[in-house]
Design a protein. Sequence first.
Length: 429
Amino acid sequence: MMRAVGRTLLVAAAATQLVATACNDSQGPQPDAALLPLPLPGLATLAVSTSTSGSNLDPDGYTVTVDGGPSQSIGANGVATFVGLAAGDHTVLLSGVAQNCTVSGANPRTVSLIAGLVGATGFSLSCAAQPTTGDLAVSTSTTGSNLDPDGYTLTLDGGTNRAIPTNGSVTFTGLPAGSHTVVLSGVAGNCTPSATPPPTGNLTVTTSTTGSNPDPDGYTVSVDGGAASQPIATSGSVTFTGPSGDHSIALTGVAANCSVGGANPRTVNVPAGATATTTFAVSCTGSPPPPAGRVTGRGQVGTAPPQPGNDAVTFDFDVRADLTGRFTGTDYADLHPGGVPASLTTDHSSDPETGITAFRSSSSVCADPSRGVEFDATGREDTGGVVAYTLAVCDNGPADSGMDFFSIFIPSEGFRRSGQVASGDIVKS
């Protein structure tokens, strides 16, 4: 009796390597200073722009982070503005770059700001077409007694056959990128085939914070530009489990009065079947700037009645700069089984796993960034899962004027909904 085992695999060419060179000069794309908000007295404003060329541009844009703390979303060709920064040197990082895109310029880079002036730096990126072919290596490892003397047969996509020993490997070259099916046949009746999962390992990230006025809400650890992230205490540890190999680790959400020692982000090698460790040392001095600001909103994007199946999004939120507040949103066009519209809720008082994690008093999605607010949060979906998301809004006019703007983005799901507020109002105070 002969047995066959099938397995579907994803094949692609090797990913493009990220390249970084100096770019903090006039050769990079620069925003129009005349369109930027004036700096606050004694402080400076930093405008960060992106210019992306090529094909297959990153659809969800990137993230700009200053000094390992304040961060903003930015489009593939856009501008993010940071106001109220102290004069002096600041570290600017562009993350969330797709593997087929290359950053030209130091990343992260240092930008010097002068009180009372607007400083600018630009990131130039080029994106190549996604790889169209790749190679697939298949190996066999046979244990036990009475091994099959004539080996086995590999069949690729129901057509190409290759012989393979009981302990050996075969490589299929020049395959189109995408999913392929591999079947192992010719297995003797006394042998049982099983597929071996790719090797995995663990990564433990630790933080150690010293000094005065440490960040009260801790930080966020991200792996590979946000592919996975977890909150972490100012002095604590978290563990990630995933594929072995090199991974980029970044610590974000660091208060302005705190600085991270060492490379951030940094590359850590995770060995197969073992645990790698890395520690971020954070030093805090002085007093953090007191939080100020609030944004409220209630209304709807889209003019259709808020009924299941209609193109309408409703929202209701009240969020403060001290990271307190609540949010509820419902997308009536995104139906779950049973015809239930997708919803997302943040309310730390009733659901401690949810909460506001960052608040920014301006937004580059607004024609006048000073009219905007962005905040990062974790919320619970109607399906029960907790996801991280970013909300960006613009207070452009009075209630029901149709001038306000609303945008929500859930990176882990690639979900984004945005548009003018057809009814209701957004108020920044």
